[in-house]
Design a protein around this ligand. Structure first.
Ligand SMILES: CC(=O)N[C@H]1[C@@H](OP(=O)(O)OP(=O)(O)OC[C@H]2O[C@@H](n3ccc(=O)[nH]c3=O)[C@H](O)[C@@H]2O)O[C@H](CO)[C@@H](O)[C@@H]1O
Ligand SMILES: C=C(OP(=O)(O)O)C(=O)O
Length: 426
């Protein structure tokens, strides 16, 4: 099992290229199921999650051509050989569940394993299922699988989501592209990845308006066609490096950053006393902190355009070093503070009370062995390790490999002393 060894305490300096967005790529890849023509994705991040989804698509009959290390991925779903997404493949990665709607839209039926809960929360899929039912799918849940059929195709529906859900919004949007008639989604999620998916689907011939607002309209079409599409840059990866630079200190410029998608994060970093120069036209964000103390800043995670839950752990790592007390509220997932006890091993002072973490800043973190528990929690430990005195070992980094491409290489290029090693946990 791989682990990271980090010798902290030195500032970061240099440029970091931002990779394609995992959370966009996963839904874009699923869109290939909606057409029998080839699709080419560029700026595709090489991650455990995207490679894993490619394998599931292959199980369904999609021809995948994606050489190792390449950021261009070709998918061709000319003929599907299966409409069954097995437990082993959906259990390991929740985004796999999103093949359900497209398979039903294309083939009239599908059997897809329920994804189940995960470390950060229960994460039900009731909203996904309600939306597909509203579109005329006949659903049964048996032995952990959703069996769905719409032999005469899906039909447009008016759906008002009771909770803002990124996954349910994207899933329904995908399925509605081939439905008969118009689908209207109210209380839709507004995350930038939803706009990215809508742009790609529209390039494929879909008729979607309103993505990025709470009301999305999708006029169903007979068929979609192939396209070439560039995956948007990863705002969570960019935000993570911004916080690493802020925590370790130094001067780092992020290249190819989705500036407009990072408004809430940039505002919080500035409030904390970090100098942030964001240039939307150049797609760069420069982060500087040279000796200025960090100020404690409180926040509450919110659906976009609020502060993203996927950056909460990283911000907490930063706040462990601020002067004063910050209160961090997690409102999206019920169990997303597993990094708190691990950060405490590095000397952080954090008290978790339900959905709130009270972080009292300390003057210095000190190195320790720690354990990654989920994707963003893992990287928060890397951030803390970069700022801590001594050698921190982050164990179980397979979580990290789900969503960060060449992390050690990118940080190492800015002077971080970070190395991946294999073997027994430390
Ligand atoms: C692959 C991907 O893009 N993952 C992102 C996606 O996850 P995901 O799409 O799973 O997150 P959702 O936006 O759906 O979840 C938001 C909340 O709604 C609840 N809910 C969701 C669906 C449902 O049917 N019923 C229900 O109750 C969830 O349990 C959660 O409490 O958005 C999250 C919120 O920005 C991010 O943290 C994840 O990184
Ligand atoms: C929670 C995340 O991913 P997923 O929804 O795939 O679990 C994430 O990207 O932080």
């Amino acid at each position: 099992m791989d682990r990271l060894h980090i010798i902290g305490g030195s500032p970061l300096s240099g440029r970091i290229p931002v990779s394609g967005a995992k959370n966009s790529a996963l839904k874009l890849m699923v869109a290939c199921l909606l057409t029998d023509q080839p699709i080419e994705f560029t700026n595709m991040p090489n991650l455990a999650d995207t490679r894993f989804l490619a394998q599931l698509l292959e199980t369904l009959g999609v021809e995948v051509y994606w050489p190792r290390g390449s950021s261009t991925c070709h998918l061709n779903a000319a003929e599907l050989k299966s409409t069954i997404a097995p437990y082993e493949q959906v259990r390991k990665m929740r985004a796999s569940f999103n093949v359900l709607g497209p398979l039903v839209a294309r083939s009239g039926h599908a059997t897809v394993s329920l994804p189940g809960g995960c470390a950060i929360g229960a994460r039900p899929v009731d909203l996904h299922l309600q939306a597909l039912e509203a579109m005329g799918a006949d659903l049964r849940v048996e032995q952990g699988y959703v069996k769905a059929a719409a032999i005469h195709g899906l039909k447009g529906a008016h759906i008002n989501f009771s909770t803002v859900s990124v996954g349910a919004t994207e899933h329904t949007m995908l399925a509605a592209t081939l439905a008969k008639g118009e689908t209207i989604l109210e209380n839709a999620a507004r995350e930038p990845e939803i706009e990215d998916l809508a742009h790609c689907l529209n390039q494929m011939g879909a008729q979607i308006t309103g993505a990025g607002t709470p009301i999305i309209r999708i006029k169903g079409v007979e068929a979609l066609k192939g396209t070439t599409y560039s995956v948007m840059p990863d705002r969570i990866e960019a935000g993570t490096f911004a916080m690493a630079a802020a925590a370790a200190g130094g001067d780092v410029t992020l290249d190819g950053a989705p500036v407009a998608a990072l408004g809430a994060m940039i505002a919080k970093l500035r409030e904390a006393g970090v100098t942030v120069d964001a240039d939307e036209a150049a797609s760069t964000i420069r982060i500087r902190r040279n000796g200025t103390p960090l100020k404690a800043v409180s926040l509450s995670t919110q659906p976009h355009p609020g502060f993203p839950t996927d950056l909460q752990a990283q911000f907490m790592a930063l706040m462990t070093l601020a002067s004063g007390t910050s209160i961090i509220r997690e409102t999206i997932f019920e169990n997303r503070f597993m990094h708190a006890p691990e950060l405490a091993r590095l000397g952080a002072d954090i008290t978790v009370r339900g959905q709130e973490a009270v972080v009292k800043g300390v003057a210095q973190l000190t190195a320790a062995p720690v354990m990654a528990t989920d994707l963003r929690a893992s990287v928060s430990l890397v951030i803390a390790g970069l700022a801590a005195q001594g050698e921190t070992v982050v164990n179980r980094i397979y979580h990290l490999d789900r969503g960060f491409e060449r992390l050690e290489e990118k940080l190492g290029a800015c002077g971080a002393r970070i190395e991946r090693r294999s073997g027994e946990e430390e």
